[in-house]
Ligand binder design. Structure first.
Ligand code: 5AD
Length: 466
């Protein structure tokens, strides 16, 4: 009764939370398995960002409970955002659930499973079932710090804060994740030191609004926000090659952070900058406190300090009241920036948010067609940008074997473009120069180039690996 399968829905923060729960369960003697078929316990770590995300997890839970039937030796838990959002009400549609754990309570999962298992063993339970644990917990942001020391992953997520104090009118996250709470800088730096000792070469710092990191806990020093102070400390860590972060708020992306892209080479040439809409009218209705002009100025400022910047974004199409003209504004901003990547969301009404009260909801057909239109533009940009790299030499952080092709490795450029190339496993975790030969929308292909010193300086030549 100790094999646990964790299925994760949604964002990188959820992936990280699941990893930490897996680490804690491992320490407690549970075995993490990679299929529900062989699990005694299934935990669904859920997402509430759109209705569809919730429906997927509810469907899965229903299916698992049907399988469970009268098999008493199987436990099902729902963790994370949907647990927090729907709470006890989940039991109306899923009365046989054993466990509901909110976003500030992940670290209690091992205790809850222990209690559930012992209640199964005793037949007559002294634990009230199901276990529902949803309250706020002070300092819970400091509990997501377990990593599996044996996995030796090149690129690792690190949670630096939890919660969100913004009040975007479409968004459920302030309800599911609570108010902003940051982890102490030293704790984060220590954690990164230890994962670097275990082979990590790139970290992605995670938070709902990373640019708000430490706002309450630390002062701004010499014009540098706590987030930039944290980046500086992490940048000093020997053996760490790259630092990424997600998601910043355009409003928090100030001069100190723009300058950081010039001063800190480990940041590379990539930023994810959620814009949501290119129409000032929509931005106002979304309660996003910046204008299209300010966003574009930010993009220009970043390109001024780092001309090869690559950008990705989040966009919502079909927000209530979005007209053809508003959408045209989004398209024009989209083209002007030339995003390499974008997550395009069809607006989904979330009960309890301000936008859900609006009467001028946009039809599904219009959302679909706007979504398709942006996807087509995006495809064009990604291909064009990737093609522009053909013939160049790019510095790649090698992440591991490619999914397809024997002897092929996968890594990413400083601009976060995916590259596949032939090479030995000893290259994993290294920074390697790759000569780019081919490009598709999503991936670049190349071959390693070796640098050698010549009378004129350093030159790169191709190695023939075949
Ligand atoms: N409908 C559609 N997309 C949403 N997002 C957040 N809330 C909604 C919603 N109600 C998108 C935003 C955000 C990303 C994580 O999810 O674009 O940046």
């Amino acid at each position: 009764m100790n094999r646990v399968y964790i299925k994760t829905y949604g964002c990188q923060m959820n992936e990280r939370d699941s990893e930490a729960v897996a680490g804690m369960l491992n320490e407690r003697g549970y075995v993490i398995v990679n299929s529900e078929e062989i699990a005694d316990i299934v935990l669904l770590n859920t997402c509430s960002i759109r209705d569809q995300s919730e429906q997927k997890a509810i469907g899965k839970a229903g299916q698992l409970l049907k399988h469970k039937g009268n098999k008493s030796q199987f436990l099902l838990g729902i963790l994370g955002c949907m647990a927090q959002n729907r709470g006890q009400a989940l039991l109306d549609s899923l009365p046989d659930l054993d466990l509901i754990v909110g976003t500030q309570k992940f670290h209690h999962t091992p205790d809850h499973l222990d209690a559930l298992i012992s209640s199964l063993d005793q037949k007559v339970s002294d634990v009230p079932l199901p276990i529902v644990d949803l309250d706020e917990e002070p300092d819970s942001q400091n509990t997501i710090r377990h990593h599996d020391p044996t996995n030796g992953r090149v690129s690792t997520f690190v949670s630096i804060m939890q919660g969100c104090d913004m009040n975007c009118s479409f968004c459920i996250v302030p309800k599911t994740r609570g108010a902003e709470r940051s982890r102490p800088m030293e704790q984060i730096v220590d954690e990164i030191h230890s994962i670097v000792d275990n082979g990590t070469r790139e970290v992605t710092l995670l938070g709902q609004i990373v640019t708000s990191y430490g706002k309450r806990e630390y002062p701004t020093l010499r014009g540098k926000t706590p987030f930039v102070q944290l980046l500086e400390k992490i940048h000093e860590i020997q053996g760490l090659h790259r630092i990424r972060f997600t998601s910043p708020h355009p409003l928090g992306f100030r001069k100190d952070l723009i300058t950081a892209f010039h001063e800190m080479p480990k940041l590379g040439e990539y930023a994810h900058l959620p814009v949501q809409s290119g129409s000032n009218q929509m931005l106002k209705a979304m309660n996003r406190p910046y204008s299209r002009e300010r966003y574009l100025k930010l993009i220009d400022s970043l390109r001024a300090v780092s001309p090869n910047m690559h950008f990705s974004t989040d966009i919502i199409v079909g927000f209530p009241g979005e007209t053809e003209d508003d959408f045209r504004q989004t398209k024009s901003l989209f083209k002007r920036v030339g995003f390499d990547m974008a997550f395009i969301f069809k607006y989904s009404e979330r009960t309890g948010t301000m936008a859900a009260e609006k009467s001028d909801q946009v039809s599904r057909e219009i959302k679909d067609s706007r979504n398709q239109e942006l996807l087509r533009i995006l495809e064009g940009h990604s291909l064009q940008r990737n093609r522009s790299l053909v013939g160049s030499i790019q510095e790649i952080l090698v992440e591991g074997p490619a999914r397809k092709g024997e002897g092929m490795l996968m890594g990413r450029t400083r601009g976060y473009r995916k590259v596949v190339f032939p090479g030995p496993p000893s290259m994993i975790g290294e920074l390697i120069n790759i000569h780019i030969k081919e490009a598709t929308v999503t991936v670049l292909k190349g071959v390693p180039a070796v640098s050698h010193s010549t009378a004129q300086g350093t030159a790169s030549t191709l190695v023939n690996l075949t």
